[in-house]
Every structure is written in structure tokens, then in C-alpha cells.
Design a protein around this ligand. Structure first.
Ligand SMILES: Cc1ncc(COP(=O)(O)O)c(C=O)c1O
Length: 484
């Protein structure tokens, strides 16, 4: 039944519940949906509300209408095998990342490139009109803002809005404990600067986001890669063993929709993780940048929600979900709040106040949850399409993740194919992908590629995915290009 305490429109509540049932397989593909009249009666809503919900599901390509027959669950792509759990060496090492990651990011942004290289949604995924209106409201109503020197940890209205946003992560946050930043990466850098010294060891997922490796390198920190499962993320058992045997100063994880795996830790493992870092009296730096993109509520819950001792430093931003152009992030640093604040003041001072107030305005507007749902649905349709194309066009033996949200696919190439060779073959045809080598301090992922499918999308993108599949086959057939 619909929940009268929720603020989003009734049709979205119904559509969201049905979408979850379809993705969970409760409503199987090809199955007929309840008739509009029956569902309206069952839910106690008007038929037009159900029609609106069905239109939304059609937009998300989860159902389709057949003339004079009703609505049916859309076929989802055939299941593909997923990559196996990772097994890094268990030894910490200093980080030396080359220029490959930056090269990929720069190429991915070029207009002539058909790009799967970046992990960022395209502009059409955002409600641009809402963002523009919020900014205009602020500039018109608070005319002195642009000429007032911004100081401190961020505008109070922005910090309050972030604290409210914390509720969706299952956390009770206080505006006074929040520091606004230039994005999640600045938040993470500040946390690492606060709790580590050069030479210290930081434990992180294997594979991990290459930007984290760049930060570790710049701060002269050593990386200890921890095994991960493609759907459940970091192994808390393996992390526990590492903490018992090595001198780890901090743990850096993305528990929801990690990059590049798209894994989500089960709730009980999140709780164990919070207890583990408290028992070892070390910091857990938790990146929640993708939590809003997870399809199910329980996957949005932060490890921080289980933190009773202040050992979790929570880092987020709105660059993937609301407006990347605002470039705003935040951190709630738990027991390290005071030293982190000092480092932030010295390092970069405050952000642009107009942008922070616009962010607060956007986060407080009623349409925010509806816009997020729309984004999740569009992304899910995109990911289904991409996985379907991979299933059809890549050679047998290819493995790919099935993330519970987000737009990143992690693909294991068959036959030990060298991902850099594939990257170069793709570039020659103006297609950009991210080779697996970027996501580890070791060459362990040299037969993997990351495909970001949330960016600009036209007819050339499905064609390019098919072409990548053909190039994989061609390289497999060409001697000398397969990794030793
Ligand atoms: C896991 C993760 N954290 C942080 C970032 C970057 O965050 P921001 O743009 O807010 O600095 C990215 C970007 O891809 C990411 O994948």
C-alpha cells in the first residue's frame, strides 16, 4: 500500500515498488502486469495515478505496452557470469601510478570521442532547469553574497541541508560537525591528511578508484589492497586479518556502489566494519558519493549509521547526483572534526557561498527525491542496454558485473587479453575505455576494463560497444597481444 508519510507523489511510490519487484525477479520478464483498474483498486488510488506509474516504468524500459493486451514486464538481458572475487597479495606497497588515469579522463571529455572512460553522468541525466532556477533565486534574493568574503566551514544553510541529507543514509548528523568542501576528493584528502603521516599504510578495496591511488601517492602513503567480492564489496574477514597483522592507520572504502566494481556491502557487514575500526582505534574513511544511486534503501545506509565511537569519517558530494558544476562536497569527520577543520582552513578556505546556498535550496526543494528516482530509472535502463550489448557482442568467456545501481560496469576480458592493447585499439577508432591497470597498485587487473555508461549517449554508443566486442575478438585472434 502507499505510504502517506512519504513526500514523493503517489505514482512514484507505486512505480518505485514495482521497479524493485521487477529487478528482484518477483515480477518475471514477459509476465503480464496487473491491469490498471485492478492495481488502482488494490492501492486505493485513481486509475490515472496507476497510468502515470506505468508510464514511468515504460520510460525506465522495465515494462512495455502491447496494444489491447495491457502492460508486460520487459525482457532483461541474459545473465552473464560475474568476475570472481579479487585476491590481492596481502602486502602493502608504495603507490606509483602513471599518467594513464589522467590521460583516460582527458580523452573521455573530448567531443570527438565515443566515451565510456569517465564515471560521471552526462548533463542530460540532471534536472538542469531546477539547478538553474535555484542559482537564479539565490543571486536575486541574496545580492550581497558574491561580494562578501566567505569564511569558516561553509554556509550554515548548506551544512544544515547536508545534515538532513544524512537521514537518507541512516545517520543523525549535526550541522555544526559538517565541513563543506570542493568535492568528495577534497574531503578524502583532508581525512587522510588528518589521520596519517607519510609512510603510513592505508587499507582499501582491490580494485579501487584510481583517484584514491593518486591521493595516496601525493601524500606518500602506502596502499594495502584488500580482497573484494564483485557484489558484496570489501571482505571484512580479510580486513580484520590485515588489521591484526599489519600496522594500518586508516581504511578507505566505498561501501555503496564502489568504483569500479559497483559492489554494495550487506548491512550486517557494514555494522561489523564500524565495530572493527572502533576495536582497532583507527579511522574508517567512508565515501558515500554513490549512495543516492543505489536502487534499494538498505544499500544506501552508511557504515557511519553504526558508528558509536566517532571512528567513521563520512565523505560525500553532490557531483554525481545533483549538479557536478556546483563542485561541492562535505565531510563529517567524527572524533577528528577539530583537526580536520584546521587543515581545511589552511589548505583552501571556504567555498563560493552562492553555490553553497544554491545547493541548500536544491536539497530542500520538494522535487529532489523525484529527480533522483528519475535519474536512477534512466541509469538502470542504460545499464541494462549496455549489458545486453556486451552479452551479444563480446566473445564467450567475458565476465561482467551487475551493479545494484550506478552506471559503472567492470568487465573481465576472456583469454587474459591485455586491456591496454584493447584501449589503444579502441582509441584508434575514437572510442575511450578505462583499462583495469588504473585501478590497482599491481598489474592484477590487466585483463579488465571499466565501462562508464552514464555519460552522453547517442546512437554511436551502442554501435561502439558492439565494436569493442569485435575488437576483443580480433585481438584474441592476433598472436602476441595477449597478456603473459
Ligand atoms: C568513488 C569516488 N569518489 C569520489 C569521486 C570524485 O568525487 P568529487 O567529484 O566529488 O571530488 C569519484 C569520481 O569518479 C568516485 O568514483
Amino acid at each position: 500500500m502507499t505510504d502517506s508519510n512519504r513526500t514523493e507523489p503517489l505514482y512514484l511510490q507505486i512505480a518505485d515498488r514495482l521497479a524493485r519487484s521487477i529487478r528482484a525477479g518477483t515480477l518475471a520478464r514477459g509476465e503480464r502486469m496487473p491491469s490498471v483498474r485492478d492495481l488502482a483498486r488494490q492501492e486505493g488510488v485513481s486509475q490515472s495515478t496507476v497510468v502515470q506509474a506505468y508510464h514511468w516504468l515504460e520510460d525506465a524500459r522495465l515494462i512495455h505496452a502491447k496494444p489491447r493486451s495491457g502492460y508486460f514486464v520487459q525482457s532483461r538481458p541474459e545473465p552473464l557470469p560475474e568476475p570472481k572475487a579479487s585476491r590481492p597479495s596481502g602486502r602493502c606497497c608504495s603507490v606509483r601510478v602513471g599518467d594513464l588515469g589522467r590521460e583516460v579522463l582527458n580523452l573521455a571529455a573530448q567531443q570527438n570521442m565515443v566515451s565510456f572512460g569517465a564515471a560521471c553522468p552526462g548533463p542530460e541525466m540532471f534536472d538542469q532547469e531546477r539547478v538553474r532556477r535555484a542559482l537564479t533565486r539565490v543571486v536575486t534574493r541574496q545580492r550581497d553574497l558574491l561580494c562578501t568574503y566567505p569564511l569558516g566551514s561553509g554556509r550554515e544553510e548548506a551544512r544544515r541541508a547536508v545534515a538532513r541529507h544524512g537521514l537518507s543514509l541512516g545517520c543523525v548528523l549535526h550541522a555544526d560537525d559538517i565541513v563543506m568542501t570542493n568535492g568528495c576528493m577534497e574531503s578524502i584528502t583532508l581525512c587522510l591528511k588528518t589521520v596519517t603521516q607519510p609512510g603510513d599504510v592505508v587499507a582499501l578495496e582491490s580494485p579501487t578508484y584510481f583517484g584514491f591511488l593518486e591521493i595516496l601517492q601525493s601524500l606518500h602513503l602506502r596502499a594495502l589492497e584488500i580482497p573484494t567480492h564483485p557484489r558484496h564489496g570489501i571482505s571484512v574477514d580479510a580486513l580484520q586479518l590485515a588489521l591484526e597483522t599489519q600496522d594500518v592507520k586508516a581504511v578507505l572504502v566505498v561501501p555503496t556502489l564502489s568504483n569500479p566494481l559497483g559492489a554494495c556491502m550487506p548491512v550486517l557487514e557494514r555494522k561489523r566494519l564500524a565495530q572493527l575500526v572502533a576495536a582497532h582505534d583507527i579511522a574508517l574513511i567512508e565515501d558515500v558519493i554513490y549512495n543516492d544511486l543505489a536502487e534499494q534503501d538498505d544499500k544506501r545506509r552508511a557504515v557511519k549509521s553504526f558508528d558509536t565511537t566517532g571512528h567513521v569519517m563520512l565523505c560525500g558530494s553532490f557531483n554525481k547526483t545533483l549538479a557536478p558544476g556546483l563542485r561541492l562536497g562535505w565531510v563529517e569527520a567524527g572524533r577528528w572534526s577539530a583537526p580536520l577543520r584546521k587543515i581545511k582552513d589552511v589548505q583552501s578556505g571556504a567555498q563560493t557561498a552562492v553555490l553553497e546556498v544554491a545547493l541548500a535550496d536544491l536539497l530542500s526543494q520538494a522535487g529532489n527525491e523525484a529527480a533522483l528516482r528519475q535519474m536512477r530509472a534512466s541509469i538502470a535502463a542504460r545499464v541494462d542496454e549496455a549489458r545486453g550489448l556486451i552479452a551479444q557482442s563480446f566473445p564467450k568467456g567475458t565476465r561482467v558485473t551487475d551493479p545494484a545501481g550506478g552506471y559503472i560496469l567492470w568487465v573481465e576480458l576472456p583469454g587474459g587479453l591485455d586491456a591496454v592493447a584493447l584501449y589503444e585499439a579502441c582509441l584508434a577508432e575514437n572510442i575511450c575505455i578505462a583499462p583495469g591497470q588504473m585501478f590497482s597498485v599491481s598489474p592484477r587487473f590487466r585483463s579488465f576494463i571499466r565501462l562508464g555508461v552514464g555519460g552522453r549517449w547517442g546512437p554511436e554508443h551502442p554501435a561502439a560497444l558492439r565494436r569493442i566486442g569485435a575488437l576483443v575478438q580480433a585481438l584474441l585472434d592476433a598472436p602476441g597481444l595477449v597478456a603473459a
